[in-house]
Ligand binder design. Structure first.
Ligand code: HEM
Ligand SMILES: *[C@@H]1O[C@H](CO)[C@@H](O)[C@H](O)[C@H]1NC(C)=O
Ligand SMILES: *[C@@H]1O[C@H](CO)[C@@H](O)[C@H](O)[C@H]1NC(C)=O
Ligand SMILES: *[C@@H]1O[C@H](CO)[C@@H](O)[C@H](O)[C@H]1NC(C)=O
Ligand SMILES: *[C@@H]1O[C@H](CO)[C@@H](O)[C@H](O)[C@H]1NC(C)=O
Length: 365
């Protein structure tokens, strides 16, 4: 190509780039396969592929994903704005302290059982070049992308390693009052009641091992492998029995055999500050996705200087689309709803055909 032609071609390209802000220069990664908007993101492709294959059992939305999401929360929420304001160390937030100081933090009562995923993630942290806080949030975001109906979460890179453990009593417990739960989220990162509801969409891909250790893997909704709105529907139904002996601290009766209902979820679904927001998720998958992604973006950087972080969200896979429509489990209907939102009636939903069935536990992985 003649120099003049090349030069004019280049200047046309340059003009095009100026005209369209959407055209961003990408760098070729050393792996020879991927490109990234920032070279610092390149190393994440290999981390992603490793955890998808070897931590999440080839891209499943199973127990290890659920536990990795719970871990993002338990690491990040260990932060107190009021303690900082009082001049005492209020924790480092999303800084990896839960894993770096595992011998302290996994013994906090609220984190019972979290040692399992901390142990499973440890070899991955050891063989990759990420700080622990980055790894925990990255694993959570990649893991959630395996769940049909989930939003693609943001991932920012660059959290320094924690140098101190988080203070105890910063993680909410299922027997806490709504007052104390809302106050804790406000103190941690100025979360509004609506943002607390949004964060609890996480309990749509969740089960409890420790609340009642005699029934490990008991899910919080009938579809713990789907990021659907069933959690918001089923927590609003009248509790009728399971597990019969409900009496473990923080556990109340659920509407379905095999399903666990936390006292905190039950109360947040019925409190005047949160009930209408809770109900608004019932038949609005896209609202739930958007609200959860926004609240998670806030959670993932608690205590961090966001101006120092690099946006590597492009490495997070696109989650599969929703795989179910809002419905009542077989045998249940609008007649079983305990209406709590005073402003709007509960949406009318279809009931699954067939007799009432029990919810299977989430298999250990
Ligand atoms: C009011 C606040 C919250 C309370 C009281 C609470 C409490 C709990 C409890 C007691 C469990 C069961 C643990 C076990 O026995 O194994 C659990 C599981 C879980 N929580 Fe929460 N949680 C809260 C908020 C959150 C938030 C904000 C997230 C994430 C953004 C989250 C994610 C999860 C996940 C994914 C699981 C399932 C873990 C698994 O299946 O192994 N939780 N939560
Ligand atoms: C900070 O000080 C205020 C006022 O004395 C007090 O109410 C609050 O509990 C303190 N917070 C912490 C976390 O120490
Ligand atoms: C490790 O990560 C740091 C921080 O992102 C980066 O500067 C460094 O180049 C990385 N080293 C390797 C071998 O990838
Ligand atoms: C952060 O801590 C982990 C685990 O202790 C370690 O592998 C990593 O090298 C540390 N990173 C930095 C930047 O200090
Ligand atoms: C879903 O939520 C969005 C955002 O709040 C709202 O604009 C929309 O009207 C809702 N859709 C339905 C069907 O309720």
């Amino acid at each position: 190509m003649a120099f003049k032609t090349l030069a004019s071609f280049v200047s046309v390209l340059a003009a095009l780039q100026v005209a369209s802000g959407a055209l961003t220069r990408r760098v070729a990664c050393p792996d020879g396969v991927n490109t990234a908007t920032n070279a610092a993101c390149c190393q994440l492709f290999a981390v992603r592929d490793d955890i998808q294959k070897n931590l999440f059992d080839n891209g499943e939305c199973g127990e290890d994903v659920h536990e990795s999401l719970r871990l993002t929360f338990h690491d990040a929420i260990g932060f107190s704005r009021s303690a900082e304001a009082n001049g005492t160390f209020g924790g480092g937030g999303a800084d990896g302290s839960i894993s770096i100081f595992a011998s302290i933090e996994t013994n906090f009562h609220a984190s019972l059982g979290i040692d399992e995923i901390v142990g499973e993630q440890a070899p991955f942290i050891a063989r990759h070049n990420l700080t622990v806080g980055d790894f925990i949030q990255f694993a959570g975001a990649v893991g959630v992308s395996n769940c049909p109906g989930a939003p693609r979460l943001q991932f920012l890179l660059g959290r320094p390693n924690a140098t101190q453990p988080a203070p105890d009593k910063t993680i909410p417990e299922p027997f806490d009052t709504v007052d104390s739960i809302l106050a804790r989220f406000l103190d941690a990162a100025d979360f509004s009641p609506a943002e607390v509801v949004a964060l609890l969409a996480s309990h749509t891909i969740a089960a409890a091992d420790e609340v009642d250790p005699t029934i490990p893997g008991t899910p919080f909704d009938s579809t713990p492998e789907l990021f659907d709105t069933q959690f918001f529907i089923e927590t609003q139904l009248r509790g009728t029995g399971f597990p019969g002996t409900a009496g473990n601290q923080g556990e109340v009766l659920s509407p379905l055999p095999g399903e666990m209902r936390l006292q905190s979820d039950s109360e947040l679904a019925r409190d005047s500050r949160t009930a209408c927001e809770w109900q608004s998720m019932v038949n609005n998958q896209s609202k739930m996705m958007t609200a959860f992604a926004a609240a998670m973006a806030k959670l993932a950087v608690i205590g961090q200087d966001v101006s120092q972080l690099i946006d590597c969200s492009e490495v997070i896979p696109m989650p599969p689309p929703p795989a179910s429509a809002a419905h009542f489990p077989a045998g249940l209907s609008n007649a079983d709803v305990e209406q709590a939102c005073a402003e709007t009636p509960f949406p009318t939903l279809q009931t699954d055909p067939g007799p009432e069935t029990s919810v299977a536990p989430v298999p250990p992985s």
